[in-house]
Design a protein around this ligand. Sequence first.
Ligand SMILES: *Cc1c(COP(=O)(O)O)cnc(C)c1O
Length: 379
Amino acid sequence: MKTVYLDHAATTKMLPEVIEAMMKSYENDFGNPSSTHRIGQKSRAIIEKARKIVAEILNVDTQEIIFTSGGAEGNNLLIRGILNANKDKGNHIITTKIEHSSVLKTFQQLENEGYEVIYLDVDKNGTVNVEQLKNSLRENTALVSVMYVNNETGVKQPIKEIGEILEEKGIFFHTDAVQAIGKEIINPKELKIGALTAASHKFHGPKGSGFVFLDKKIQIEKEIWGGAQERNRRAGTENVQGILGTGIVLEKIYKNIDEIQKNEKEVHEYLEKRLKDEISDIKINGENAKRVETITNITAKGCDIQTLLIGLDMRGIFISGGSACMSGAQEPSHVLKAMGLSVDELNSSFRVSICKDTTKDEIDYFVENLKEIVEIERK
Ligand SMILES: *Cc1c(COP(=O)(O)O)cnc(C)c1O
């Protein structure tokens, strides 16, 4: 049976050349990067080479990159780490209602620990309200965290505007850029971003690997205590091969970013046009907002999402209800809820996410099968 994977916002397949390089390195480079002998120093060199690649792509200093185990750790490290190292800044913090659980749950926990938290609304297209942000700022606001691209809708947030507002007030700005890195060129310094999170498995790299950017002007307290790795900001023997794979994949992607963007745009537009032309009573959530060309969130009136996902799975098509992290619990999407969708709409919404390698043939297979399943369900 044909297999069409359209759940790239949940995770992606590693590039073959990344797998190959990592496998070779697993065989050859077993040294501990903290060992001073030559075998250790070979691993150290691998890490520092990858750090240089990442720093150059973001146009930042190498010392501003910290390797982590991925998105969730990066978000925890930056949010908590910055607050813990800057307690004098105040105990008022701001985020949005549409963040990934690794940001939302961290803020909820901080709220339990005594921080005052504001969760910003979004409009019906899923964009954060900058006016509300401005009006929420106080003397004691320490940090604001707004995601770069939403993982359920693909909606891009007004990062540049927010960066400028916060820079002027001297408030720390963190962005979860897990769905943006590998999709477009990002220059944190130009955007006045102080801290940014990325996860390698979202851009064809290895799972359990990622990095953060942290402006060198910002103090941080470590979250994982132990050795002095990563300039004393993240303890634990480094994931040498994960870091190697991260560097290789990023270099490959950004070398071809123009072509990748062009292909993704073409396939994405094709997908949305076919959906709208051929399936009645559907709505693309966040359609009128600025979005990345890799995610489409759809409400198909009168369809039960679980039945739909099973039907597609049986035909070899793999998509997702909301975000992968939520689907286990089968809770309705907090993102779509914040955008004002009704209970019925929440139960009829799903996400299709493509990657640089998705073809129009795959989209054809998806749309044709979706059409049949929707018609059966609506009978
Ligand atoms: C996937 C994802 C994360 C979590 O990354 P992990 O590496 O899986 O921990 C965080 N934020 C967003 C927006 C994501 O899409």
